[in-house]
Design a protein around this ligand. Structure first.
Ligand code: DGY
Length: 364
């Protein structure tokens, strides 16, 4: 009946997702579903605002900005925003909280995928992939026969890895780095941590795994890897051979990695960013690379993305381009992980919109 149809929660899906929990819920008569019809491109803002009206839940990706305008367009029916991402800097979480709108995201399920990509970035930049692949692509392999020290870079063995941010992804990466015989893991985090002794912080899960790994190492006659927090970013810059940026973006972390950080870095050190572009001050990075303040940078994210032109200094500047390895924000893009993120985003929006039977993960 019409009355029954009206009581169904409306869910707005602003991007084509690879899983079908929402489509099934619609088929079962549990929700009214409105989906952006184009497969490859993100919804345009006007369409989103028009179709948000009366929605109980909105499922998005990080390309959708959730602000006062969108919340008002949806109106008082809105109970939940669910994003296919672990990051939620595109969402005004404070405003959502004020209006009792739950915010769902996809933590944990992408820890391994982003950790894997971080390893790819670390190995690519330390082992000179930008310069080496360019030689091949430009047909100059024949001009560069094997020479003892060509395209060499530092080993990870014995090195100090410094993390800015030490959540689930960073802890997963720390565990993986144990296999590369790094000597020390340092981290700087702003959060109150459960284990706040200056010694080790890992969540219960990570801590158990870490102890296991350390015990295994000792059995093989290897050193324990030292783990500890540092109190300042300066200390992280001074001590680290590789700095991995894995903090979330907020007004207090924007441009946290800037000229004063580069000033403190070892000239042999490398910077990795796998979180959000604006944590790194790009023009300061370009200058620092030109001046040799650090050896190189590998970035999966970049300020101003995705509108990055081919003449961007990190891509085109002849003094810089071989010191930079750049990827277009594909950290969590392994097939299984994206499927899990998609399913979790759908599950969150169903639960948040009040459809019985679905669990919820997110920022309460
Ligand atoms: C995330 O999950 O936050 C990734 O950056 C993709 O949006």
């Amino acid at each position: 009946s019409a009355a029954h149809a009206m009581s169904k929660p409306k869910i707005l899906l602003t991007r084509s997702f690879p899983t079908s929990l929402l489509a099934e819920a619609e088929k079962d008569g549990k929700i009214e579903l409105v989906s952006w019809p184009h497969k490859e491109k993100p919804a345009d803002r006007k369409w989103v605002l028009e179709n948000a009206k009366g929605a109980a839940g909105i499922a998005i990706t990080m390309t959708e900005k959730v602000d006062e305008e969108l919340l008002s367009a949806a109106g008082s029916s809105l109970k939940c925003i669910s994003t296919l991402s672990v990051g939620y800097d595109h969402i005004d979480v404070r405003l959502c909280k004020e209006r009792n709108i739950r915010v769902g995201n996809t933590p944990s399920v992408l820890n391994e995928a982003v950790s894997d990509l971080s390893l790819l970035l670390i190995l690519a930049i330390t082992r000179q992939a930008p310069a080496a692949t360019r030689v091949v692509r430009e047909g100059r392999w024949k001009d560069t026969p094997i020479s003892p020290m060509a395209f060499t870079g530092p080993s990870l063995k014995g090195k100090t890895i410094g993390f800015f941010g030490f959540g689930g992804i960073a802890q997963t990466l720390a565990l993986q780095l144990a296999n590369f015989d790094v000597a020390r893991i340092l981290y700087k985090t702003s959060r109150e941590r459960k284990f706040d002794s200056s010694d080790e912080y890992f969540g219960e899960f990570g801590k158990a795994h870490w102890e296991e790994r350390q015990t295994l190492r000792q059995k093989c006659g290897k050193e324990r890897i030292e783990v500890g927090s540092v109190s300042s970013l300066d200390a992280l810059a001074r001590e680290s051979d590789i700095v991995v940026v894995l903090a979330s973006l907020s007004p207090s972390t924007k441009h946290a990695i800037g000229s004063s950080f580069f000033e403190q870095m070892k000239s042999s050190a490398h910077l990795i960013n796998v979180s959000r572009g604006p944590l790194v001050d790009t023009s300061a990075l370009v200058s620092a690379l030109k001046e040799g303040k650090l050896a190189g940078a590998a970035l999966d994210v970049l300020e101003g993305e995705p509108a990055i032109p081919a003449d961007h200094p990190l891509i085109a500047d002849p003094d810089v381009k071989d010191k930079v390895f750049l990827l277009p924000h594909i950290g969590s893009a392994n097939t299984e992980t994206r499927m899990r993120m998609s399913a979790l985003t759908e599950q969150n929006v169903l639960a948040g919109a009040g459809v019985p039977g679905a669990g919820f993960e997110g920022q309460e």
